[in-house]
Design a protein around this ligand. Structure first.
Ligand SMILES: Cc1ncc(COP(=O)(O)O)c(C=O)c1O
Length: 303
């Protein structure tokens, strides 16, 4: 179904919708497999850029040498923040707003672990029937620790009227968590309207931007979204299993994720005993050792 819908959307596309001066083919040469055909799989696996191979070779070289020097001090510690800032630019976020994650499912679990569903009447999570299965499973699991989960249905399996989402948001809502663009149908929600309503009721908003980041312009800061999650394998062409979590900069310090680890500590190399003292930066949303290999792929120069 997603392919059929994508083709329908594509047939409605008109050249006059392009920004003046846009050259559609300007990056084609950077993707060797495009020489043999059209790539229609980016909703699942984006084509590999030529620079990814070069970047991975450079990584293997560096790794070999890192065994005789301090790999973290030399490059690995900073890599995560550097890639985070590059992704932030793509989703319309400020530098310092993104923590790299193992994948989008962990990014969402990190956000879920910031809420205490049992201790307050504000324990409602609004989601939708067009979200990715991981998202459904994660919210369903939060019911065991007191979350009330409202799944806004889709009558046609393709769309959800905005009004239906808005009317579910009330003063007991702690989080609205929706796909920005649905993997099931390509349906896109009205991000700004949802954030506006949620904030009026004191609720936070998370968008799963996996199917939109890289395919269209996003405006995380302008929308005043609280969280965005996603990953690099699809439209960002950055290879498998490198996820990310955007957290609105002025919200970061108010949150203490239970899904945590030593990298989230303000002084990780002190290896001190609990309780954790969370770092003041977005690194407070990290867990353990970050996957340098995959990050290195995603860090390939954009050409
Ligand atoms: C919209 C959406 N969210 C989440 C995921 C899952 O991401 P991950 O495998 O990084 O947890 C996918 C893709 O597979 C997706 O399309």
């Amino acid at each position: 179904m997603p392919l059929a819908i994508s083709l329908r959307t594509f047939s409605a596309w008109k050249p006059e919708n392009l920004k003046p001066g846009t050259q559609l083919n300007r990056r084609r040469e950077e993707f060797p497999t495009l020489a043999s055909g059209i790539h229609l799989l980016s909703h699942s696996l984006g084509p590999m850029p030529r620079a990814a191979r070069e970047s991975m070779n450079a990584y293997v070289e560096a790794w070999e040498h890192h065994t005789s020097e301090d790999a973290w001090a030399t490059s690995w510690w900073e890599m995560s923040a550097r890639i985070g800032d590059r992704i932030a630019a793509l989703i319309g976020g400020a530098p310092g707003s993104i923590q790299i994650q193992p994948n989008a499912s962990i990014a969402l679990s990190s956000v879920a672990s910031c809420f205490d569903f049992t201790s307050s009447k504000r324990n409602k999570v609004v989601t939708s029937a067009l979200d990715f299965p991981s998202m459904e499973y994660i919210w369903d699991a939060q019911k065991r620790i007191g979350a009330r989960v409202e799944v806004v249905p889709s009558d046609d399996g393709i769309t959800i009227p905005l009004a239906r989402i808005l009317e579910e948001i009330d003063d007991t809502t702690c989080l609205v968590a929706l796909s920005h663009v649905s993997f099931r149908s390509s349906y896109r929600v009205d991000a700004k309207a949802i954030v506006e309503r949620a904030h009026q009721h004191g609720a936070l908003v998370l968008f799963d931007a996996y199917q939109s980041a890289g395919a269209m312009e996003l405006h995380a800061s302008d929308w005043e979204a609280d969280f965005l999650i996603g990953g690099t394998i699809k439209w960002l062409c950055g290879g498998p299993a490198c996820g990310y979590l955007y957290v609105r900069p002025d919200l970061q310090k108010a949150l203490q994720p239970r899904l945590t680890g030593w990298v989230a500590h303000e002084a990780p190399f002190e290896f001190s005993h609990a309780p954790i003292r969370y770092d003041d930066s977005v690194r407070r949303f990290a867990q353990g050792t970050r996957e340098q290999f995959r990050q290195n792929q995603s860090d390939a120069p954009s050409g």
